[in-house]
Design a binder for this molecule. Structure first.
Ligand code: BDP
Length: 331
């Protein structure tokens, strides 16, 4: 067989083996700060598979994990401007852009994951999507991000007093800086990707995050004292650039919406499993966990933070409706 006929034969085999999919007509590049395998990355990959199938291969979502397209805040801005098509990020990283997002970053706002689900799956979730749309971001899915707690490399934190004067990295938003001051500690806002080395070199004493991030970022290797104070429960968002969205046909928009919606329960399940797996992993690796901490002083310390951010009547109403939403409430 000549090289030419061999190539022809191979091409025929490939053509026969390939699914009956057309070429990608629409390609969306999607950014995530987390590595492959992390529940948010896998959630968007599920969305990609669904969209591909429903469009007979025309719609392709390419997921770029591990901050390959940049740190979270930068990728959000790029998504607003249509440089990147999609982003998966914590609500906390949208705070400077979408004022309503900031309210969802208030400490101890959500009582439980069930409470957060009831809020995000109901009419408030739709209102928030409208708020994002005003800033050129089409909110397609809300994912779980668990609750965030403090960890550091100095000592076990067993009370609010232990935080005094310590330096913690927070996400880059004023509400988190004010949260830390209200707790008597110092906040250093910085991108996620800089935290590991900053703890290592002593620039900060620690940071705060959920079990899966504490694990996958390797922060547990450099900050072994973890206190389960659960001060924040911040939802995560999958958003598409409005520029990209407006260029799609209504049919393709519908395919993407449905695919995103179908990825929510998948991500929630992956999240619950990963929380357990990460907790076990960091424990086995020597992390020391303080579990039985009295949260009341932490919650009480947040009054000035609420006063500073819950200012307008509309904001007060939104926060009240969130607080009044019952666990298990449906849309
Ligand atoms: C993780 C969020 C991620 C944030 C990160 C952070 O999933 O979106 O970038 O925290 O602390 O839990 O910056």
């Amino acid at each position: 067989m000549t090289v030419k006929t061999l190539t022809a034969a191979l091409l025929t085999t490939v053509a026969l083996a390939a699914p009956a999919f057309a070429e990608c007509e629409v390609t969306l590049r999607s950014s995530d700060t987390h590595p492959d395998g992390y529940p948010t990355v896998e959630g968007v990959k599920h969305m990609a598979a669904q969209a591909k199938e429903a469009s007979d291969g025309r719609i392709c979502i390419e997921v770029f994990p591990s901050s390959q397209l940049g740190e979270e805040k930068d990728t959000i801005e790029q998504t607003q401007f249509g440089v990147i098509d999609m982003v998966r990020a914590s609500f906390g990283s949208f705070n400077d852009i979408v004022p309503e997002a900031q309210l969802l970053s208030l400490p101890y706002l959500f009582r439980s994951e069930a409470h957060l689900h009831a809020v995000m799956d109901g009419p408030i979730g739709d209102e928030l999507a409208d708020a994002f749309a005003e800033h050129d971001l089409i909110a397609l899915a809300y994912y779980d991000g668990g609750s965030r707690s403090f960890y550091n490399n100095q000592k076990p934190i067993t009370s609010i007093e232990d935080l005094a004067g310590m330096k913690f990295r927070v996400m880059q938003s004023d509400v988190f800086v004010d949260m830390m001051s209200a707790l008597g500690a110092n906040a250093t806002p910085m991108p996620y990707g800089e935290v590991y080395s900053s703890i290592q070199t002593g620039v900060i004493d620690g940071a705060e995050n959920n079990w899966p991030s504490y694990d996958s970022s390797g922060h547990y290797e450099v900050a072994k004292y973890f206190t389960l104070d659960q001060h924040l429960m911040v939802p995560e968002l999958v958003a598409v650039s409005k520029t990209k969205w407006d260029a799609l046909s209504p049919e393709d928009q519908e395919i993407l919406r449905a695919a995103a919606e179908s990825s929510e329960p998948v991500q929630r399940k992956l999240w619950a499993d990963q929380e357990k797996a990460s907790e076990e992993k960091v424990l086995a690796a020597g992390a020391e966990i303080v579990r039985d901490i009295d949260k009341t002083p932490f919650i009480e310390a947040m009054v000035p933070v609420y006063e500073k951010y819950v200012t307008t009547d509309a904001f007060k109403d939104l926060v009240k409706r969130i607080q009044d939403t019952q666990e298990g409430a449906t849309q």
